[in-house]
Design a protein around this ligand. Sequence first.
Ligand code: BGC
Length: 696
Amino acid sequence: MSWQNRRIVAFDKEAIHAGNRGLAIDHDNIAIQVDALMATMTLSQKINQLSGLQPAAIDGFYYAGGDEELGLAPYKMVDGPRGARAGMATAFPVAIGRAATFDVELERRVGLAMGLEVAAKGGNVILAPTINLLRHPGWGRAQETYSEDPWHMGAMSVAFISGAQNHVLASPKHFALNNLEITRFDLSANIDVRTLHEVYLPHFKRSIQEAAAGSVMSAYNKVNDVYCGEHSILLTDILRDDWGFTGFVESDWFLGTRSTAAAINAGMDIEMPGAHWYSEESINEALARGELDEAAITRNARRVVYQNVAWAIADMEVPDARVVEREEHIDLAREVAEKSFVLLKNELLLPLEDTAGLKVALVGDLADTVNLGDRGSSFVTSSEVSTPLSGLQAHIKNASLHYFRSDDDLNRLGDFDVCIVVAGLTYIEEGEFIPTLQQEAEEGELARGGDRETLLLPDSQRSLIDKVAGVARKTVVLLEGGSAIQVTDWLDEIDALLMLWYPGREGGHAIANVLFGKCSPSGKLPVSFPRSIDQLMPWDVNSLKVDHSLLHGYRLLDHQDTEPEFPFGFGLSYTTFDLGGLQVERTADYFNVTVSVMNTGNVAGAEIVQLYVSCTDSAVFRVPKELKGFGRVELEAGETADLELNLSDEDLRYYDPELNGWVLEPCSYDLQLGVSSRDLPLSSGWLFDGVEWQPV
Ligand code: BGC
């Protein structure tokens, strides 16, 4: 009898892109309509297209691009990356947590849900996703982005945008190289052309070319000493001429626009949130001085009008408000949280069994704190949030649960079978840093955030773990935070460690489900956890010049041949998996890779198979290996499935600055597959002679 395993296609394009309205635009037809409309517009009407309406949000919305006479309804833009920031909405786990699921189909559903909630509130542009590469885990806004790896970032971004654009325009941000927070308004990110194209831009390119993002937000910082809002290489040569972007570019808020003529000429279309440099007066003066000509105004205004017509903004239906925080979205937020947790250590302790007689202590103020992430522009409020405490209280039926605040008498913890400590970071230690909010709040010290100078836990959190581990029979640490945290100094003291990120409104329920084995943890790290910050590149949060290179994250750790505490792509499970049966077939312009994944343990679980490529005898410097594909396989105990990944030749190329283009080099390529960047048991070698491919 013959039988076949279930077959899973990693990154099934058709499924990911379904319903993305940006991909369905009939450009020829829209261009005719837009040209006809533009022909009727006065200079003043065109200028009016180039700025937002008002400095402060109205009910969470920023307006731009409306013109009643022309029949153009305004864009209504709303933040941001973890939900609709307009009144109450579903607060999803932060993007870095969602990225830890390595589940593109799930991220597409998150995009769908957020897009729908934005639309139901009357919005039509979501100011998300944030796709600035996590160059260093100390970046204050790390939680808003997806990954230290461009391929992983691109896949998650495309999935989110395609989901969201079933309903509203997406706006990947901040273009480009915005990866240090405190000095973001002034710093220059310095970079060579090759690094720019290979490491820091590929995910933007995919967001434009694969997902047809409707708009792009430019960044505050400079790139090679030129402000991003007036960077013609980024905004015109690359974004438009090279990638074919047809949407509009809006500046980041206030300090994202720094000039009139330079910014307009470079291709920064809309000054947000209101007109200062792009006021009618400033623009007319620049025209009179000859720094600008009307053609530039017309060109930029046309881009703003173009999407308005293409998306038929005036005819967009507003979905029923009851979709906001509807049950389906709440369930989704819980599912994402469950899949986002990364089990980093487990000495035969988890899952716990909810049996009568089991005495559980839950410890730490964070266990009873609503900790959804930072309080910058991505802050989202939900009508109800389940904390670790409320989640465990709701789910534990038979065992006993006792809660200890951080300053309670912890000597009693020795009486419990297991102590669960919730430790980590909050918006105080990391997040978007808004100086004006901080000044307003100075006395109450509410608004904070910014970059982290160190990856250590705050002293109070560290000493809490020490105290608990000193008395407890068994200690589980649940860690909240938006990026890597240094755990090396206390890891040996504890029995289990689960990374929660900021798990969103359903976090507590997800925690209970994972701790008590209703589901197995399956997340993998989207960022390397170093043993100490010294393993990474020098990090100065006050820096005004930041040099970018091909080496950061796992690329740097691999290159230095140093062991991080937990490598990129790492995460444990309650079950075990076997990978085997690797088959690699060469087609005209891609590799078709199939691998069998078997759940060899006793419970259901999910494995994330990762495909890395090394180029072993290149004529140019190559990093030791790069992620070029991944797929998530959910399996019942004992089940086997075949995962299919397609590796395109495009992903094997390097960027040659002399040719100003991509090169597929004749040399040896090693395709490596496994379950983390440091655990790659399967490989397949290929030689490319410039014409043909041969297996070696
Ligand atoms: C942030 C953006 C955000 C915008 C609007 C800026 O300060 O950098 O990410 O979308 O504010 O709130």
